[in-house]
Design a binder for this molecule. Structure first.
Ligand code: SF4
Ligand code: SF4
Length: 390
């Protein structure tokens, strides 16, 4: 989150940021565009009565970051959105309730995700409130894992001595797809890395900040920086681009420091020249594979060619979709704007219709793509890589 006090005055309303804005492209509504949202925020300064209406539009932003990247003047639209959410959330009782829920659940996530899993097994209560997260969990068929990884708090030792790294799992990998983390641990220990998975990792803070909980996001940032700062590792590898963006780019503005040496898995592999040590399963070599770019990889981490290069060098052939774009999930957006989210997902379905297998680097994109493309295999890039013993 850039320090944005006065940056809105830099906006010259050229509209360049609208080109890749998923909510504008879906609705053709100026108030759902980056430029429109900035204008609404300006209007808010003059007329407080419009605040509630403005808040709805501010929450319709997916925080994808494509506008930040495309603005020629460097206006950080997302910084304004984060700031406005934190200032305005008290105005809407449903959104306030949502932020309270995020705060409670992520204070004791082990307890609440365990409880949620139990509820899933006996049948989720059907609460008729469109802001009820259980509705989305149910509709999307999200299954919580029994064997989370973070709680184990382990050091996985390699018999070879190439290096020592830590894994930042993120909540989606930890509570929904821990097998992705386990696969990466297996691969990296086999090629010579000791891996530390600290039990003291907490949520990166993205869910908090997205619902206006700035103070709580900062508390989590401090906890993670302290927890990982003690580990004496050469890199912290993250399996989720939203977490990576937070640890690298948002923490400095929240608490004045980034987490040192954080890398997306692709950056880590390429910067340590590990491609020759990795391969992929023969089972995938004849499949038609497409790579889905998570928004935060493209627009916040500037990673596009890197994952493709790694997959190609592991022996796979990639085909490009006709058109790239957002999966449509975006955390609370899915809950608040389910119809738009589903309609964005429909576009991806069309674009990926020729693929047998879709690979991505974000566990949250996997959740959404799995819900929409039930006939396709969807994998995280970490699941595709095996040690090359040849
Ligand atoms: S935010 Fe940047 S790209 Fe968008 S209208 Fe303003 S100046 Fe143009
Ligand atoms: S972050 Fe994405 S959804 Fe939000 S205004 Fe910018 S381009 Fe649109």
């Amino acid at each position: 989150m850039e320090n944005s006090t006065d940056r809105d005055h830099d906006c010259v309303r050229c509209g360049k940021c609208k080109a890749l804005c998923p909510t504008y492209n879906e609705t053709a509504d100026e108030s759902m565009s980056p430029r429109g949202r900035l204008m609404l925020l300006k209007a808010l300064e003059q007329d407080n009565e419009t605040a509630l209406a403005v808040l709805q539009k501010i929450f319709s932003c997916m925080l994808c970051g494509s506008c930040d990247k495309s603005c020629p003047l460097g206006v950080s639209v997302t910084s304004h959105i984060y700031e406005a959410r934190s200032n305005l959330i008290q105005l809407d009782k449903n959104k306030k309730l949502l932020s309270m829920l995020v705060k409670i659940v992520f204070q004791h996530p082990d307890l609440y995700f365990k409880l949620l899993r139990l509820l899933q097994r006996i049948g989720l209560p059907k609460i008729k409130n469109s802001h009820n997260p259980l509705r989305i969990i149910d509709e999307m068929g999200i299954e919580l894992a029994a064997d989370t990884l973070r709680r184990e708090g382990m050091l996985y030792k390699s018999s070879r001595k190439r290096g020592r790294v830590a894994l930042f799992l993120g909540c989606s990998v930890n509570y929904i797809y821990p097998h992705i983390g386990r696969q990466l641990i297996q691969t990296l220990t086999a090629i010579g890395y000791d891996i530390v998975v600290p039990s003291s990792e907490v949520c990166c803070g993205a869910p908090h900040l997205s619902v206006g909980l700035k103070k709580e996001a900062a508390i989590n940032a401090e906890k993670n920086i302290t927890a990982f700062g003690k580990l004496r590792v050469e890199a912290v590898i993250s399996l989720c681009p939203t977490c990576t963006d937070f640890l690298k780019n948002i923490y400095p503005n929240l608490v004045g420091a980034a987490m040192p040496n954080v890398m997306d898995i692709s950056e880590f592999i390429l910067s340590n020249s590990l491609c020759d040590s990795l391969t992929s399963s023969a089972a995938y070599k004849n499949k038609k594979i497409m790579f889905h770019d998570p928004c935060h990889s493209l627009f916040k981490l500037n990673l596009k060619k890197e994952p493709r290069e790694i997959l190609r060098r592991s022996g796979l052939t990639l085909t490009e979709p006709r058109e790239r774009g957002c999966c449509g999930l975006a955390g609370a957006f899915k809950l608040l704007y389910t119809d738009i989210s589903n309609s964005i997902l429909e576009k991806r379905k069309d674009n990926y219709s020729d693929a047998d297998l879709i690979v991505t680097s974000c566990p949250n994109c996997i959740i959404q793509l799995k819900a929409g493309l039930k006939d396709k295999e969807i994998k995280h890039i970490a699941e595709m890589l095996l040690p090359n013993n040849s």
